[in-house]
Design a protein around this ligand. Structure first.
Ligand code: CAA
Length: 260
């Protein structure tokens, strides 16, 4: 499948999706959002896939936001449709059955920060900058930034970023828990690939169920979350991977997981 705004590469069970609209700092218009939705729809069919890296081309931005030129003249109903298109994509990434690692170089603003927050893990280069500057444009975030940001960094810090529109650097993003790790400039993709390859060696079903347990469990109270975890833990014992993983440990050899 050919994409206008995306580059797709795959190696060793790791797919790298690069948003490639550098002239507009990879701003998300409706076509780009649809292409991202399409690429994740295609990737889900790949049985050998173990992890996805999502990044931006050009070195200056991961994504500088939703496309302001494309939004400027929307009426309220069109704005809602556009917002839901973005929200649905982010929901799709958040619940994608494989881990999605955001590799963030340069600006991750507005819709770009929201896109990064829908990923499982965020790695940032030292040059990365984050913010939800929508209030500068007279609007609120439209791709679930008001929902994911407080869940990630807490209510007080989220409100400060949302109300001020401040842009923070990678070190501050790390301090408040918006990113997992900051990597030296120029080493970002290498670090993302290293992490993806590490994950790719683990039991794929176990990794997938960890994602489900965390995502769904956080929507429950602790007692229900623990009961849910117990069921998912039990489910692992229906897999060949569980038997292989434990046998391999006892036989002091590396496990050969099949994802079955
Ligand atoms: N939408 C559309 N175009 C954008 C864009 C965006 N979000 N961000 C940057 N661009 C375009 C610029 O218009 C410019 O295009 P031209 O060369 O054709 O003029 C090009 O990308 C380069 O940008 P700048 O010249 O502005 O680059 P800079 O280095 O001077 O500034 C920046 C970089 C600080 C990121 C600045 O571009 C900026 O402030 N961008 C907008 C950031 C923003 O407000 N994002 C939130 C958007 S709203 C949103 O995302 C809503 C939502 O939640 C759904």
């Amino acid at each position: 499948m050919d994409y206008q705004f995306l580059l797709l590469a795959a190696e060793g069970g790791v797919a790298t999706v690069t948003i490639n609209r550098p002239k507009a700092l990879n701003a998300l218009n409706a076509d780009l959002l649809k292409e991202l939705t399409q690429v994740f729809t295609e990737l889900v069919k790949d049985e050998g896939l173990r992890a996805v890296i999502l990044t931006g081309a050009g070195g200056k931005a991961f994504v500088a936001g939703a496309d302001i030129a494309a939004m400027a003249d929307l009426n309220p109903l069109q704005a809602r449709t556009f917002g839901v298109l973005g929200q649905n994509l982010m929901q799709m990434i958040e619940t994608f059955p494989r881990p999605v690692i955001a590799a963030i170089e340069g600006f991750a603003l507005g819709g770009g920060c929201e896109l990064a927050m829908s990923c499982d893990i965020r790695l940032a280069s030292e040059s990365a900058k984050f913010g939800q500057p929508e209030v500068n444009l007279g609007v609120i975030p439209g791709f679930a930034g008001t929902q994911r940001l407080p869940r990630l960094v807490g209510k007080g810090r989220a409100k400060e970023l949302l109300y001020t529109g401040d842009i923070i650097d990678a070190a501050e993003a790390l301090r408040i828990g918006l990113v997992n790790k900051v990597v030296e400039n120029g080493k970002l993709l290498e670090a993302a690939q290293e992490m993806a390859r590490k994950i790719a060696k683990k039991g794929p079903l176990a990794v997938q169920l960890c994602k489900v347990a965390v995502n769904d469990g956080l929507e429950m109270d602790l007692i229900k979350g623990c009961a849910y975890e117990a069921d998912l833990f039990a489910l692992c014992f229906a897999s060949e991977d569980q038997s292989e993983g434990m046998k391999a440990f006892l036989e002091k050899r590396a496990a050969q997981f099949k994802g079955a």
